[in-house]
Design a protein around this ligand. Sequence first.
Ligand code: OSB
Ligand code: MG
Length: 378
Amino acid sequence: MKIDAIHLREIQMPLAHPFETSFGVTTGRRILLVEIEADGLSAWGECVAGEHPYFSDEQVDTAWHIAETELAPRLINVEITSGRDCPALFEQVRGHRMAKAALENAVWDLDAQQQGISLAKLLGGTREIIPCGVSIGIQATPEKLMDTIAKELAAGYQRIKLKCKPGWDSAIFARVRERWPDILLSCDANSAYSLDNADHIAAIESWDQFNLLMIEQPLWYDDFYFHAQLQRRINTRICLDECIRNRRDARASLELGSGKIINIKVGRVGGFTEAIAVHDVAQEFGIPVWCGGMLETGIGRAHNIALSSLPNFSLPGDVSASKRYWAQDIIEPEVTVSPTGTITVPTTPGRGFAVQPDRIDRITVRRQTLRRGAAVAG
Ligand code: OSB
Ligand code: MG
């Protein structure tokens, strides 16, 4: 494929509702989008780096800088045949996986369009519909949380994940379980706990009583070892998110016994090639995976839907309807969820959701273009 231009843009979009995790509150998103122009086609990638380096060490401005000065120049003047060529092109650059994923995923999006097949099919997807869950942020009051859960269950979502932190955990889980003894319920601590505090260990050990589907990343964002110690002390499965950067991490953590479920975020692992590899390692170990979310616009959401169609994505993902995040999404149609909590995987060529260029233009706050043939530093 011959790439004619790579466009970077930053858009700004207010969230329909603030989202609070153990690391902070997000009220609006700054998002780096990548558009690749080739053969008259337009392909897109979304960078999931946040406004601050709180979830991971990347952040929207570092991602922009690396995409502009290191990654796009490596991609613009070469002949490639698929998104699978990107990891080798980008290999010299260490880390910056979210920036890499934004570019690589746009190449996959382009490849699917050129081949006239769905992105899901190109990735190796087999599911026609995917099961959906929701991630519910920390709320101002327990009553507000109960109302939110009731609303999401009524909308059909198959699994409720509660963001938690010390002070917003056991008592909350007890209340939710009292009202809904049988729902699929999980929690996500985003590394809010540590094992050097006896209170924390006792708290986490006591969570077995809540029959949680999983406890997501309770300990340090870069740890496997202490998660393995914790996993041996509890019956509830630990799900790893932040600490899985690639297929080696998946293998090491599963051999160590750090967890029994993996959340795959395509941005966190550096793109679709590595996401598929992590999926395959987990499958080899008999470990289910599910697709995580990073408050994406419709572009990243469409890519998550395609990824979720792979066979080992057997648990409901954090892939939910556009309207939970945005007053108006940047794709058409918006992502909708059926009354039974599923999303239908598109079968049309490419990502299956058209981007709305006019709307994107209106919310763009900076842009940069790199054209084929242009001299690039290096
Ligand atoms: O840990 O899964 C996480 C959002 C931002 C950063 C980290 C996480 C999340 C979510 C939201 O849980 C998932 C979603 O997009 O709905
Ligand atoms: Mg998480």
